[in-house]
Structures are given as C-alpha cells and as structure tokens.
Design a protein around this ligand. Structure first.
Ligand SMILES: [Zn+2]
Length: 65
C-alpha cells in the first residue's frame, strides 16, 4: 500500500501575512505576531506589527522568543 507523499511546508511562516499593524495603526503585509495579551476578563488580544515597525521599534516577534 503506497502512502501518498505530501510535501507540505511544515511550520513555515507566511511571509505575506496581511493584517492590522498596531504600531502604525494601519493594514500592512508581512505582519508578525508580537505579543499575546491575556486578560482574566473581557477580551484579550493579539498584537501584530509589520516589518518596518518591528525594525524601527526593535520588536521581537512572539515566535522568536
Ligand atoms: Zn507598522
């Protein structure tokens, strides 16, 4: 029985992720998850930043910690 060989990118980050950058308050491509805000009550949240803002503000992506 031949098993299908999948060539799926494992844990590969999407470099073209599009979303809201919390630093310059605008949508941008290539955003990265910077921090996860956990709150006991109410809605926590996730904070994203785009490449330029990461560089300018010296941010460290959540996944790189
Ligand atoms: Zn930005």
């Amino acid at each position: 029985m031949a098993e299908p060989t999948y060539t799926q990118p494992a844990q590969e980050e999407a470099p073209r992720a599009f979303g809201w950058c919390h630093w310059h308050q605008g949508h941008s491509e290539g955003i990265r998850l910077i921090d996860v805000i956990e709150q006991g009550s109410g809605s926590g949240g996730t904070v994203f930043a785009c490449g330029p803002c990461i560089t300018v503000n010296g941010l460290i992506p959540f996944a790189d910690r």
